[in-house]
Ligand binder design. Structure first.
Ligand code: OSB
Ligand code: MG
Length: 366
């Protein structure tokens, strides 16, 4: 496959409620959508670290610059082969890191391949189970009572797993209160790197609450202290921020840094690397699930596709279109039935809606 043109779209969609994590509050979803043209076909990729470099060092501005100045010149007009093959990685390997930027273009290649061959994405990635169970991620709430009400509402919508954000001071008591009201729900916590190893005893205090996992308790660049922590607590540790490459996954497995890895296709540079990390984890006995960055429906399609792989054994962070966004850019809206999504659903990009939320377009040609 050869790319004839790439459009880099900066989109911004208001959220219908504030989303707060240990690294701050957001009220808008900023994204980089890549519109890729190849041989008369058009397809879409997406990746969306936050507007500011708070989740990783990448942000909307760095993605735009890296795609425009380095990825586009390296890939436009060049024979890249199939997206499952090494062509795109070889063409872009000279760029260190910048995985979200790489993923925004790489996912568009998978979408093009899906269009060209008339095969749904989930089959293209080698998925085995198109019925995907989904959970919801709930930001830090002003009050515990408010959080309990939110959980009740999301359970009512059918979500099969509840994930809450925690940070020092908003952890043990919160989990206790949730368990008092919902003793049996599938519950997990995500700390977004807000603890240190010196908090091990406090985190061990969560052992008795039957948590499915504890996501990224320690620093975003750490896999050593996570191994020490995992040896001191019984809740399975799940790594998110710390895993960027297949090599990171291998090393985390060797060190015993976690029992679960959350695969975000953006954080790891795209779908091909997601599959490689999946395969490493499967061989090492580490379970996977698809994490998210509050994608639009464009990106949700890629999370859905990788979630059909056999080692994705935990519910995905794939919420309905109206969970975060005032309006989505795909049709139909993402909507689950009893907490399940069907990967065979053909979500199409609605150009009118996409244009409504696009603030800047950068056109790249060979
Ligand atoms: O840590 O998983 C995270 C959202 C933005 C950035 C980081 C994270 C999150 C979420 C929600 O928890 C993920 C989603 O549902 O898309
Ligand atoms: Mg996380």
């Amino acid at each position: 496959m050869k790319l004839d043109r790439l459009d880099i779209l900066h989109t911004c969609i208001p959220l219908n409620q504030t989303f707060r994590t240990s690294f701050g509050a957001i009220n808008e979803q900023h994204s980089i959508v890549v519109k890729a043209y190849s041989d008369g076909l058009v397809a879409y990729g997406e990746a969306c670290p936050f507007y500011a470099p708070v989740y990783s060092y990448e942000c909307i501005a760095t993605m735009t610059a890296v795609i425009r100045d380095f990825i586009a010149p390296a890939v436009l007009g060049r024979e890249l082969g199939e997206p499952a093959g090494p062509g795109y990685a070889e063409a872009t390997d000279f760029i260190k890191g910048n995985n979200h930027a790489k993923a925004a273009v790489e996912t568009a290649l998978w979408d093009l391949e899906s269009e060209r061959r008339g095969i749904p994405l989930w089959k293209l990635v080698g998925g085995t189970n198109p019925k995907v169970d989904v959970g919801v991620s709930i930001g830090i709430q002003p009050t515990v009572e408010g959080l309990l009400d939110k959980i009740a509402a999301y359970l009512g919508e059918g979500y099969r797993r509840i994930k809450i954000k925690i940070e020092p001071g908003k952890d043990l008591d919160t989990v206790k209160a949730i368990r008092a009201r919902f003793p049996d729900i599938t519950l997990m916590v995500d700390a977004n790197s807000s603890y240190e190893l010196s908090h091990a005893e406090l985190l061990a205090g969560l052992d008795g609450y039957g948590l499915l996992m504890m996501e990224q308790p320690l620093a975003e660049d750490d896999i050593v202290d996570h191994a020490k922590l995992q040896s001191q607590i019984s809740t399975p540790v799940c790594l998110d921020e710390s895993i960027h490459t297949p090599e990171d996954a291998r090393k985390a497995a060797e060190l015993g840094s976690c029992k679960i890895i959350n695969i975000k296709y953006g954080r790891v540079g795209g779908i091909r690397n997601s599959i490689r990390i999946h395969d490493i984890c499967r061989a090492a006995g580490i379970g996977n699930w698809a994490g998210g960055m509050i994608e639009t429906g464009i990106g949700q399609r890629f999370k859905l596709a990788i979630s059909t792989l056999p080692n994705f054994v935990y519910a995905a962070d794939i919420e309905t279109s109206d969970r975060f966004l005032v309006e989505d850019v795909v049709t139909p809206d993402i909507m689950h039935v009893n907490g399940y999504l069907d990967a065979n659903t053909d979500y199409r990009v609605d150009e009118v809606k996409l244009n409504r939320y696009t603030s800047e377009v950068t056109i790249c040609r060979p």
